[in-house]
Design a protein around this ligand. Structure first.
Ligand SMILES: Cc1cc2nc3c(=O)[nH]c(=O)nc-3n(C[C@H](O)[C@H](O)[C@H](O)COP(=O)(O)OP(=O)(O)OC[C@H]3O[C@@H](n4cnc5c(N)ncnc54)[C@H](O)[C@@H]3O)c2cc1C
Length: 262
């Protein structure tokens, strides 16, 4: 296979990110494993709120878009999108990837965030990850709900595999997403506090459906911060900070942001 070199390209973040906010920026496309400390690694931007003063970004290129199966392990390059891995699992009758159907992102972003749906989280199925320092076993990493302690760029994720793709499970996950707003968002704005629901707290402080400029907390799902047209970083930040203040005042709970602001 021909391998590509690193290169730069312009990305319009107001089109690239799911929230549709951000400037046009030159981004480094990484095709070679190495150390890129001056760059912030970026995935597909499904969990991102980008300002005009964001840092320098890098994304992973074509060289990391492979899926290889060896014995009972699956080696997946981190620029592979969730949908591509799901299709692979379906075509090869593999189990446990069904939950990726409606989880937008690439394997790097999904792993860093330990993305998931209810008790199905990506770390459940991970064997190890590969960084510039080689493979690191899952046991040597810290991870929890929507969190991992991975600081380096993840180039590859190795999954345990088992036979048995389930159409029923895929359907179940699809149905779970039916009530989600279709307006541009970055998924959940806040993490659910322990034994609580961020959406319920936002609703109880009167912010469900609340608009500021072109941004609002969705009237369909209060924990989704949505861009109704030409929303800006500043409007989004205003609403995030407002929700945090109101929830703290009323319930003495600190809402933790799931969305990452740059
Ligand atoms: C409509 C919608 C619904 C969603 N529903 C859910 C849901 O149900 N559950 C859920 O968990 N999430 C959900 N999300 C959020 C999103 O799917 C996840 O956060 C996903 O992990 C983002 O992946 P990404 O590639 O877009 O990452 P980005 O948003 O680009 O980046 C996220 C983080 O990953 C880091 N990162 C990216 N690539 C790498 C890499 N190669 N190595 C190291 N770090 C890296 C970035 O630095 C950043 O910290 C939803 C988003 C949307 C828009």
């Amino acid at each position: 296979m021909e391998t590509k070199k690193n290169f730069f390209k312009d990305i319009d973040f107001s089109k690239y990110t799911s929230l549709k906010i951000g400037p046009i920026r030159e981004v480094l496309v990484i095709n070679e494993i190495g150390s890129y400390e001056e760059y912030k690694i970026f995935g597909l931007g499904n969990n991102a709120l980008i300002s005009n003063t964001a840092p320098k970004f890098a994304i992973l290129g074509q060289n990391f878009s492979y899926i290889k199966q060896i014995d009972n392990l699956l080696y997946v390059g981190c620029s592979v999108k969730s949908g591509k891995l799901l299709s692979y699992a379906k075509n090869n009758n593999l189990k446990n990837m069904e939950f990726l159907g409606k989880l937008p992102g690439n394997i790097g972003g999904l792993t860093k965030m330990n993305a998931g749906l209810k008790e199905w989280e990506i770390f459940n199925y991970i064997h190890s990850i590969k960084t510039k320092d080689g493979y690191i076993k899952k046991e040597d990493l810290e991870y929890s709900y929507r969190h991992s302690n991975i600081k380096d760029i993840i180039y590859e994720v190795v999954f345990h595999i088992e036979e048995g793709y389930s159409k029923e499970q895929a359907e179940l996950f699809k149905n779970m997403r039916d009530n989600q707003p279709q307006t541009p968002s970055a998924g959940s704005c806040f993490k659910n506090p322990e034994n609580n629901s961020a959406g319920r707290l936002i609703e109880e402080v009167g912010l469900k459906g609340f608009e500021y400029g072109d941004m609002s907390f969705s009237s369909k799902h209060a924990n989704f911060l949505v861009n109704n047209n030409k929303g800006t970083y500043e409007e989004a930040r205003y609403l995030i900070d407002l929700a945090k203040t109101k929830v703290k005042e009323k319930f003495n709970i600190n809402l933790e942001e799931e969305i990452i602001s740059y």
